[in-house]
Design a protein around this ligand. Structure first.
Ligand code: SF4
Ligand code: SF4
Length: 290
């Protein structure tokens, strides 16, 4: 059967997105009886793996970004490259014959090399993060971890998605919010599960990410986490907007405590289990529909 890529996203952090990703990783495998991978795209703070203390590392690769390096012997300091760089990444002082490319700003677009008729631009390799594959009791878990100080979240996520699973069902745990990193994670997804909570901030941020997913034209549905805890008219909003409610995970203090200790599989209340099964069944049917 064809691949099916599902992203789990939320307009804000702290709504239980990673917990839901891990629960669906577990439940979809049972519901669909196929190989499922989990890809942790929250590269600034990947934490899906803490739910699998027995996992073992199977593969690792340093994510490399190639940025230009200016050969000041060949360079005539014409500044064409400085002018073409959309990201102000090139710093040049002709009088001092000094030129350098700022690694944090460079997006490796290649424009500077294109305009340089002196062939003064070489290549420098910069590590932007680590990509790791782990074997968990449920299957493969891919994780990206950004190099400290790097701002190349989007690039690392793109590389992780290429390096990671192919040809089967994969769940992509997106970074929180509506940033470029989230857009990069959602790119080429077949379906998006948005996780929300019934608070004022939750509704506000859900509206933002619904706008984003609609703009990207990806089918989506919403899961309310910690249902019953807040009192905003979130469900009314979903009805008005004709957004599908995939399920509600009830608020449970014992489960919240278990989740905080990354111990969710052995101590899952039956109401949580039932809610996850409902969501998984609905997602299973999406594969046929999309
Ligand atoms: S375009 Fe080439 S020659 Fe001109 S300043 Fe840039 S590196 Fe130097
Ligand atoms: S590769 Fe692109 S972003 Fe990087 S320095 Fe050259 S023009 Fe600027």
């Amino acid at each position: 059967m064809s691949s099916f890529k599902i992203a789990i996203a939320s307009g804000k952090g702290g709504v239980g997105k990673t917990t839901l990703s891990v629960l669906l990783y577990h439940q979809l495998q049972k519901a669909m009886n196929e190989t499922i991978s989990l890809v942790d795209c929250d590269v600034e703070e990947p934490n899906s793996r803490i739910f699998f203390p027995s996992s073992t590392q199977t593969k690792q690769e340093v994510a490399i970004q190639e940025i230009p390096a200016i050969d000041t012997e060949r360079c005539t300091f014409c500044r064409k490259c400085v002018d073409v760089c959309e990201f102000n990444a090139i710093m040049m002082v002709g009088a001092l014959k000094h030129a350098e490319v700022n690694e944090s700003l460079c997006h490796s677009c290649g424009a500077c090399e294109y305009v340089c008729d002196q062939h003064a631009l070489g290549t420098k390799r910069v590590a932007i993060g680590l990509m790791t594959q782990h074997q968990t009791p449920l299957g493969s878990l891919y994780e990206g971890r950004l190099e400290v100080g790097s701002v190349m979240q989007t690039r690392l996520i793109g590389m992780l998605k290429e390096w990671g699973p192919s040809g089967h069902i994969a769940i992509y745990d997106a970074p929180p919010g509506t940033s470029c990193s989230v857009v990069e994670t959602l790119d080429e997804m077949d379906y998006v599960v948005l996780v929300a909570e019934e608070t004022s901030f939750g509704l506000h941020d859900l509206k933002l990410i619904i706008r984003l997913v609609k703009a990207l034209q990806i089918p989506f549905g919403v899961v309310i986490n910690k249902a019953g805890l807040g009192s905003t008219p979130l469900k009314t909003y979903l009805q008005q907007q004709q957004v599908e409610l995939l399920g509600e995970i009830p608020h449970s203090i014992p489960f919240a405590k278990a989740s905080a200790k990354a111990d969710i599989f052995d101590s899952m209340p039956s109401v949580i289990q039932g809610a996850i099964e409902t969501v998984a069944q609905k997602i299973k049917h999406k594969r046929v529909e999309v």
